[in-house]
Design a protein around this ligand. Sequence first.
Ligand SMILES: Cc1ncc(COP(=O)(O)O)c(C=O)c1O
Length: 397
Amino acid sequence: VKRPRFSRRTAWDLRPNAHATGAAEARAHADGLVDLTESNPTRVGLGVGAELVALLGDARGTAYDPSPFGGADARAEVARYYAAKGVTAPVERIALSASTSESYAWLFKLLCDPGDRVLVPRPSYPLLALLADLEVVDLAHYDLVESRGFAIDLDGIADAIDARTRAVVLVSPNNPTGTFVKRAEADALAALCADRGVALVVDEVFGDYAHAPLDAASRATFAGEARALTFTLSGLSKVVAMPQGKLGWIVASGPDGLVDEAVARLEVIADTYLSVATGVQLALPGLLAARAEVQAKILTRVRENLAALDAALVGSGGARHPIEAGWYAVLVPPDGGRDDDAWSAKLMREARALVQPGYFFDFVEGTRLVVSLLPPEDAFAPAARAIAAAFRAVSGG
Ligand SMILES: Cc1ncc(COP(=O)(O)O)c(C=O)c1O
């Protein structure tokens, strides 16, 4: 068989790295191993129950009535979700997709030609690199400055925008730093993007998971942002902890003429795929109605695990970063000359805890480890204590 040529965009090095190999081995000998990388709510008892899943079987789903952005009733439900946050999101500016990842892909298609550039935060969510690869889009980073509470390096963004830059991506609250974009940052960015003809793409999937009432300085949502062309992203995977629901959405806002043109083009992209299943659209009112209960359960878990982590870390020589929101915590191990991989391997061995190395998220300021706060409390707390013991052994505390 003559080997066909594959696309350059898929020429990834697919060999597992040291961390992946170690993690696979550790999972194979799973006795006592606590997986603190688990962020799938349905695997830790936090997913929706069978009664809500049953809504996906609505009998009206026997008919297929496709519409590029999804059915009007489902989109009106998303509009109500934003109305509850005090923001107007007109139904005609809401597009449903299968997931936030797909929303990104559609927006990169809308905004970028091959080789055009999007700016993404560092540290942040690792999937952005693959999403850009797949659209043949060039990714450049701007920094969230760790020593300033992960504040956005606004000068860095202004400098990084060049003739090929089409979008600035914000993740708010960011994964894994758990920090919201601040109002002052949002104002500066909206003005900058409007001035430079660059769109804002704002991923707010963790927006409902603030650990405490939002600080007045933090910006709750960008839906409704009127100054720059803005696309606000979220979906069921976090809002009701239902990634298997496969429904995300995009809210377009900004200057009217720009939004109208963007929406018209986006409609053709969406119409090409018609991604969203009918069942989940019909179920959307019931699913979104359950969000308060689902989110309360998750936040209770997250707060308890965070309290256990903090109690364990006292006197350990290690620390965690403050977080405003989300399902993750960033650990700073004591300085022992070990890098991310060495620490995660050590914790796998000695603490029987699986954690994520910070470089997955492009942390640049030293050794960092990321843990999910979703695992059950009775597994998380002992794992946190074992991690703290390993920190203490190194720091001599
Ligand atoms: C910041 C962020 N954005 C997007 C996603 C993907 O969401 P979806 O399941 O809707 O594609 C995730 C998933 O973990 C995420 O952490």
